[in-house]
Ligand binder design. Structure first.
Ligand SMILES: [Zn+2]
Length: 180
């Protein structure tokens, strides 16, 4: 979204991702062994995310109590943009109207980077769930170069391979200039 929208009066540059959690709907963060620790180890700087608690460490409190993967993907997408030197900070995750399906909304400075961050955040979250190691450097540096078509195609293919076994079967990015 590039203009006034349903999600925010002030924030006009927003990625809106429709995410189907599928079986992960039944598994909030507190139900996945070691998830919270792995997230904190990978993103210690997320301590600064206040989230709805309104204080530092607020987001980590939500993760410890149990929150759903769409919300976590929103925060990862914001954080990897911050780590890449782009100051973003607006995010919302709300039910889409079908069970297990969410609108994940977050701000960007560069649209191509925001779109990349959406896909990367899903992959990172899948790795955190599975307890697999994940090298963030590629995403943080790769995003800067991301507009190149070849690279985004490659990522797209890699993402499709995950379909049916991870999050995001009905993963789509909305780039319309629609005013909701
Ligand atoms: Zn939050």
């Amino acid at each position: 979204m590039r203009g006034p929208n349903y999600w925010s009066i002030r924030r006009h540059k927003l990625i809106v991702m429709v995410l189907d959690l599928e079986e992960m709907e039944a598994l909030p963060s507190n139900k996945i062994e070691g998830f919270s620790e792995r997230l904190k180890t990978m993103f210690p700087s997320m301590y600064s995310h206040r989230c709805s608690e309104g204080c530092e460490g607020g987001f980590f409190m939500r993760v410890d109590e149990g929150t759903w993967m769409g919300h976590i993907i929103e925060h990862i997408a914001l954080e990897i943009q911050t780590l890449a030197g782009m100051d973003t900070g607006f995010g919302r995750t709300r039910g889409y109207g079908e069970e297990g399906v969410y609108n994940v909304v977050f701000s960007y400075m560069e649209e191509s980077v925001g779109r990349y961050a959406a896909k990367a955040a899903v992959k990172i979250c899948e790795a955190l769930i599975a307890g697999e190691t994940y090298d963030l450097t590629e995403d943080i540096q790769g995003k800067v170069k991301c507009p190149q078509r070849g690279q985004s195609t490659k990522n797209g293919q890699r993402h499709r391979k995950h379909d049916g076994q991870g999050i995001g079967k009905t993963f789509e990015l909305c780039r319309k200039d629609q005013v909701n």
